[in-house]
Design a protein around this ligand. Structure first.
Ligand SMILES: *Cc1c(COP(=O)(O)O)cnc(C)c1O
Length: 493
């Protein structure tokens, strides 16, 4: 399998190279040149790691099988607090796929606990002796998961930019207390889109890239623009399907729906890939918060970022430019594919582009307001004694809207992307706890007493951890901060 750029098919490289490069030099994203069908029978009765192997080997064809197995063993181990890795919980007629049992309590761990291992192997395959610098923008969860994955990994440095006022208190603490000499965390005065576009600009800044190369550094990314993030995410869609079969909830071949709380469009794109590879999926439900650019896109075919970014209780979805949508465009239709460079220019220059909405039938898009998120958390807690985080509540609310509008009673898996304790204040106030005058840890204690849901150990540990990162900058200064950290001198030297 080769990886080609969304903006130019002629650019075609091996999977290990795509993982190292992160983003194509022409500004496009790498994607597989084919999505082969996997016979479902081959995946029956496999545990998470075995299934991960069967799926990763299809995508990462220049990796040795033993190397892949080693990566998988090192990723999905005791760092996860359940052997199931991605457990499925029944909630009435629906199912909740809990992807937050990794070390940083968000679904980003599913891919970021394996990416460092893949990157090390990729570096070996390509005989790279330069140090790799991971440059990452985060809306909160990617940053911590990447830091955790890459901390103290030899031959790699990691730099994370997060929006200073755009993440939850716990997310911020998790990042600022990160240990590891090779880690560098910076809050930027701006929102996630500022951080993400700043990072993308640096990747495409020849002068900057050459300067790093001269100093024996090579750039890579831990954002979901990296194919090494996307591929491991395909696994849990297949795995959840077979869990349903094992639990006698569905029959082999029966179609199901997935509802995915969406920001950068990485998670739901992995579901789309699973569908192309033969997983029986009926609808992919794209759930947004009040930043509902994608809702509008799926309803009208117009992608329009010309609006104010809203800060919501689901900060990991506070995004107006969903990078991975560019990959979806590539797969939709030849005509759309050919126009990607033009669409992306229009998005930069005019703030919008339009495609024919007839290509978008496999998806349903809708959104939940802040009020609806709070109501949903409260209602699900009352009904099932089950605590949703704010992001998952968006997906739950939207699937209910979809079921009501369409009458579709296909069994539905709601993808649960974070522990409720990561967004404690918002969750606690939704279930009637008065959080005024309480600090975040008091809220967490109250929430645990009230609901009986255990506080994850990594949150308890945060209470006593030392703040190790205090950096803050404007987006214009991202480059010089990185150069200082790497010790490569003045920007113009
Ligand atoms: C990143 C994130 C999302 C959004 O996922 P995308 O792949 O960016 O669409 C949703 N929920 C949580 C908790 C996240 O961390």
């Amino acid at each position: 399998m080769k990886y080609i750029s969304t903006r130019n098919k002629e650019i075609s490289i091996a999977s290990s190279q795509a993982i190292i490069q992160g983003i194509s030099r022409d500004g496009g994203l790498f994607l597989p040149n084919e999505l082969p069908k996997i016979p479902l029978e081959n995946l029956k009765d496999l545990d998470y790691k075995r299934m991960a192997f069967e799926i990763l080997r299809v995508f990462l064809t220049d990796f040795e099988e033993d190397d892949l197995k080693e990566c998988i063993e090192n990723a999905y181990d005791h760092k996860f607090d359940t052997k199931a890795i991605a457990p499925l919980v029944k909630l009435g007629e629906d199912y909740c796929l809990e992807l937050y049992h990794g070390p940083t309590l968000a679904f980003k761990d599913m891919a970021l606990s394996i990416l460092p291992h893949l990157l090390k192997k990729a570096s070996k395959i390509n005989k790279i002796d330069e140090e790799i610098v991971i440059l990452t923008a985060t809306s909160g969860d990617t940053g911590k998961a990447a830091l955790e994955g890459f901390a103290n990994v030899e031959g790699i440095k990691i730099v994370v930019f997060f929006p200073e006022e755009g993440v939850s208190k716990i997310q911020k603490l998790q990042m600022k207390t990160q240990e590891g000499e090779n880690t560098f965390v910076v809050g930027i005065n701006g929102n996630f889109d500022d951080a993400q576009s700043g990072v993308k600009l640096l990747f495409n800044n020849k002068d900057f890239v050459e300067k790093l190369n001269k100093n024996k550094y090579t750039l890579s990314s831990a954002n979901s623009i990296n194919i090494g993030r996307l591929v491991p995410q395909v696994v849990y869609y297949f795995h959840s399907y077979f869990t349903l079969i094992k639990n006698n909830e569905i029959e082999l071949g029966e179609k199901i729906n997935f509802s995915v709380p969406t920001g950068n469009f990485g998670n739901i794109l992995a579901a789309y890939y699973a569908k192309k590879m033969g997983l029986p999926i009926n609808k992919l439900i794209c759930a947004s918060n009040e930043n509902k650019v994608l809702t509008d896109f799926f309803k009208t075919g117009v992608y329009d970022r010309r609006r104010e970014l809203q800060l919501t209780s689901s900060p990991s979805m506070d995004i107006l430019i969903s990078s991975n949508l560019e990959r979806l465009l590539y797969h939709l239709d030849d005509k759309v594919q050919g126009a990607i460079p033009s669409y992306m220019d229009q998005l930069t220059d005019n703030g919008f582009y339009q495609i024919d909405k007839k290509y978008l039938n496999e998806f349903y898009g809708n959104y939940a307001t802040e009020e609806e998120v709070a109501e949903t958390i409260n209602k699900v807690y009352g009904q099932y004694d089950y605590l949703l985080d704010t992001h998952t509540a968006v997906a739950y609310n939207v699937v209910k809207k979809y079921q009501k509008e369409s009458g579709d009673n296909t069994k539905t898996v709601i993808v649960s992307t974070a522990s409720p304790y990561k967004f404690a204040s918002a969750v606690a106030s939704s279930i009637g706890i008065d959080v005024d005058k309480m600090d975040e840890f008091q809220v967490i204690d109250r929430m645990s007493k009230k609901t009986g849901v255990d506080i994850p150990k990594s949150i308890e540990d945060l209470k006593t951890k030392e703040i190790l990162h205090q950096n803050n900058c404007n987006k214009e200064d991202m480059r010089s901060l990185i150069e200082d950290f790497l010790g490569v001198g003045e920007p113009n030297a």
